[in-house]
Design a protein around this ligand. Sequence first.
Ligand SMILES: Nc1ncnc2c1ncn2[C@@H]1O[C@H](COP(=O)(O)OP(=O)(O)OP(=O)(O)O)[C@@H](O)[C@H]1O
Ligand SMILES: [Mg+2]
Length: 218
Amino acid sequence: MTTRIVTVCNQKGGVGKTTTVAEVGATVAATGKRVLVIDGDEQGSLRRWVDQVGEDNTPFDIAILSDPAELGSVPEIAADYDLVFIDTPGSRYEQNLVAAYLEVSDFILVSSEVDGLSLEPADRYINELVVPTKKPYSVLLTKVDSRSPEQETAAREFFAEANQPVFKSAIHLFRAFPYAYQDGVFVSAGTSRRANARKAASEYHAAALELLSSIATL
Ligand SMILES: Nc1ncnc2c1ncn2[C@@H]1O[C@H](COP(=O)(O)OP(=O)(O)OP(=O)(O)O)[C@@H](O)[C@H]1O
Ligand SMILES: [Mg+2]
């Protein structure tokens, strides 16, 4: 398999970028593919999460990157893997760094919440940072409240109107995710004992499958 680099981004903080990289990365790695996850955010959340899970229980390799000067080494490091996921910072001050990550990517996944206030900034972000790269991309709807399904419907209508591709699968709000770090698990691995953890896992499994089929044709 040719190496594919997938970057998860959104200028907005707290929209599930790190969670998506870890859970999709763990899901894909569990299928036997060689996966490298790059923590490209100086906050280092992903690194700490992996430390908490333990490298032995982490099915992917992890590398740290926070200096665009090191980006030149990515294709070389990536060559040993089937898939590389890059987690990016959610601060508008670091968008030059994110733009550099996008340049080395084969596919871009924009995680977005579905509340009304999140939609326009996500659309603007995509048009300003993602579209100019001419790389294939899609939005992944995250932290969707199942008690307000109309929000997901409205978000899908908004992005359809804006001509932005959106994954069919979406990630709902599950308590298992904010506890994953302290529990030292990836929810997608199926070991979380939290309520609805199985359902939470299945949603990232579906998103990972959709991602794999999107990049299979590249
Ligand atoms: N589907 C979900 N359901 C419930 N909580 C979630 C979900 N996804 C993420 N979270 C929680 O929301 C918080 C922010 O998620 P995460 O760190 O993945 O976002 P981020 O976009 O990487 O944030 P930052 O911009 O700060 O890097 C975390 O506490 C995480 O556990
Ligand atoms: Mg993050």
